[in-house]
Design a protein around this ligand. Structure first.
Ligand code: SF4
Length: 297
């Protein structure tokens, strides 16, 4: 029997999804804060379309048509040819007619290279939502971490993706500017989100793995990690600067010090009040809370 390939990671919101690997690893794989595909020894390679279709057939045999959602991995399937994606998506929907939502990770730089027509073809073939690691809207922060994209690409590609009819989910990484660039990180990230107004904004906290590519920069004093309380202040100031009507704002990852969720702009003040209430707690209480939060990928 054919054994389908497994993904390395998926977003928490895809915990119950059918997982289909269309590409191995990340075609960029240079972001200093990441290294996930090195940890799991997964170099980048493109799969043959027939092999992906064989995986889908095997998954259909193993599980039957029981999924409502599916996720395409690994890191950035949107860098693949449009024809490849359309063929995979059509086969997936034929084999799993109950699937109502298909999502994938995507880099802004890859989306930026796709025309509106290509994006519409992919959307119409049945890819519904894109998870984009914005990480920061600051060009300085993006360059520091070798993200390989910039503020203009985040904004232009985000708007094009929305125009093509996708649901868009952007990710922000608190602490990415470190102690020196945090204000610019917060301000410019809020600018991107306020312009694009994605459907979802998902907040994460930078966790520096012992084998992180960032460690040499820290040792050379080129990057000073943010303190726990600093990331909470970043969260507050970022939220305060947002003008993104309709965006669902969520800290849906266990490594967030503050786990809040709400819809902008209606819930903005209540979310800010919650953060300020936390910040007003005694230092000892806050310190013990920070220690209780796990650091995980
Ligand atoms: S953060 Fe995303 S784009 Fe950057 S190396 Fe990791 S998987 Fe690739």
């Amino acid at each position: 029997m054919h054994i389908p390939e497994q993904l390395v990671i998926r977003p928490p919101s895809e915990a119950n999804s059918l997982l289909v690997r269309v590409v191995r690893g990340c075609n960029w794989n240079r972001c200093l804060f990441c290294g996930i595909y090195d940890f799991y020894e997964t170099p980048y390679s493109i799969r043959e379309v027939e092999d992906v279709k064989k995986d889908i057939d095997a998954l259909a045999e193993m599980y039957g048509d029981q999924f409502e959602t599916a996720f395409l991995g690994d890191a950035n399937p949107l860098d693949l040819d449009t024809d490849f994606l359309v063929e995979v998506l059509e086969h997936l929907h034929n084999q799993f007619p109950s699937v109502q939502r298909v999502t994938a990770y995507a880099r802004s730089s890859s989306l930026w290279k796709k025309s509106l027509e290509d994006l519409k073809r992919i959307r119409e073939a049945g890819l519904h939502r894109l998870h984009v690691g914005m990480e920061s809207g600051s060009n300085k922060v993006l360059a520091l971490h070798k993200k390989g994209t910039n503020q203009d690409q985040h904004i232009a590609s985000g708007k094009r993706v929305m125009e093509a009819g996708f649901e868009l989910s952007y990710y922000l990484l608190l602490g990415l500017g470190g102690v020196r660039l945090w204000e610019e990180h917060v301000h410019d990230s809020a600018k991107v989100i306020s312009e694009v107004k994605p459907h979802f904004l998902r907040v994460r906290r930078l966790w520096i793995h012992p084998l992180s590519r960032l460690n040499p920069k820290i040792e050379a004093s080129e990057f000073e990690p943010q303190k726990p309380e600093g990331t909470v202040i970043e969260l507050r100031d970022f939220l305060n600067a947002l003008e993104a009507e309709g965006t669902v704002f969520t800290c849906d990852h266990v490594n967030n010090y503050i786990r809040i969720q709400g819809k902008l702009m209606q819930d903005k003040q209540a979310l800010l009040d919650y953060i300020n209430k936390f910040l007003a707690l005694p230092d000892k209480v806050k310190a013990s809370h920070y220690e209780s939060i796990p650091s995980v990928i």
